[in-house]
Design a protein around this ligand. Structure first.
Ligand code: GDP
Length: 351
């Protein structure tokens, strides 16, 4: 299957990408083994794209913007992939981003590939599939990968954690209500885009100033002169509908990339993300092994009841369960080897 993904661009390759991603999304154990093998084969061919994360509330204009940007980039000779993470689809199976009429022109373009969010599962699981789908698209030669999400839940953090540059889209009136500008999300933004500037240019300019103020307040932007070697988050306005400001947006993204490449932060962010991903998978694997452990399953109901009734402290119950669990080990593992910490701990790397 990997060979077909790596084949020349065209309808056959497009079908191969779709099949490969479907395989990744499968929950069957034999499919997972095949998927792991395929990813390993594709890995040396992946990683060469610019990964762009885009977030914003429903209706802010994400799909209008991504279509305009995608067509612009294709015009410049790029191949664009668009993947989505939709927290609403993980809960209900229904999807805010699932509307089939989105990005109509881009979706039929032979140099674009668009994949809606996998539905069902946890946000962590969906994020994991999206990360893997990104590798498939890159190996197939898509040199720009856009990961889109809605501004609800924790999905922004997931998207910022898998992309090179994170863009937050805002409406011109969002600045009127500073409450709407969540500190946590602002801290993730490398660029804030005020969309629909055509509707009310004055409001857009006001919003630009307000968001800039908020970024300063949150310490994301210096009060004094900019450091020419570093990237500081910026705020721009555009009209996705009229296609105004799309080229300006791309110039900002290119500057971000070249500054960050020159000062080493581009590569550092990728490395940090890869290690975070590894730890996230370890955590998930351990949790799953723990929950399916026979001794844990046997002890859990009584300890749960005891904790609920206040008879046993939660921390004591946790320690007992952990002690009871026989987590899988590979034959020949040396238990003493776990004493050494040669890997970076989560969150200890460069930001
Ligand atoms: P999404 O939910 O964030 O993907 O938003 P859409 O791209 O579907 O846009 C929501 C609505 O806003 C649609 O009716 C768009 O035509 C409209 N829209 C998007 N961008 C602009 C813009 O720049 N100006 C104006 N006036 N309308 C826009």
């Amino acid at each position: 299957m990997a060979q077909r993904v790596l084949a020349a661009a065209g309808p056959a390759q497009r079908r191969a990408i779709a099949k490969a991603i479907t395989l990744l999304e499968s929950t069957r154990a034999d499919h997972r083994a095949q998927a792991d093998e395929m990813l390993t084969a594709l890995l040396p061919h992946s990683g060469k794209s610019f990964r762009l994360g885009i977030s914003g509330v429903p209706g802010v204009g994400k799909s209008t913007f991504i279509e305009a940007l995608g067509l612009f980039l294709i015009d410049q000779g790029h191949r664009v992939a668009v993947l989505t993470i939709d927290p609403s689809s993980t809960v209900s199976g229904g999807s805010i981003l699932g509307d089939k009429t989105r990005m109509q022109r881009l979706s039929v373009h032979e140099r674009a590939y668009i994949r809606p969010s996998p539905s069902g599962g946890t946000l962590g699981g969906v994020a994991e599939k999206t990360r893997e789908a990104m590798l498939v698209c890159e190996a197939a030669g898509h040199d720009i990968v856009i990961v889109e999400t809605v501004g609800v839940g924790q999905s922004e953090t997931a998207v910022a954690g898998m992309t090179d540059m994170f863009v937050l889209m805002q409406l011109p009136n969002a600045g009127d209500d500073l409450q709407a500008i969540k500190k946590g999300v602002m801290e993730l933004a490398d660029l804030v885009v005020i969309n629909k500037a055509d509707l009310d240019p004055d409001a857009a300019t006001r919003a630009q100033a307000q968001v800039t103020g908020a970024l300063r307040l949150f310490g994301q932007m210096p009060h004094g002169p900019r450091d020419g070697q570093a990237w500081h988050p910026r705020v721009i306005q555009l009209s996705a509908l009229l296609g105004q400001g799309v080229e300006g947006f791309w110039n900002e993204a290119r500057e971000f990339k070249s500054l960050r490449t020159a000062n080493g932060q581009f590569a550092a962010r990728r490395q940090h993300q890869a290690l975070d991903w590894m730890w996230e998978r370890i955590d998930a694997g351990l949790k799953q092994a723990f929950r399916s452990d026979a001794a844990v399953r046997q002890l859990l109901p009584q300890l749960k009841a005891a904790v609920e009734a206040g008879r046993v402290p939660a921390s004591t119950a946790a320690r007992r369960l952990l002690a009871a669990a026989r987590l899988p080990r590979h034959p020949g593992d040396d238990p003493g080897a776990t004493q050494e910490h040669e890997f970076m701990e989560p969150g200890s790397g460069p930001g």
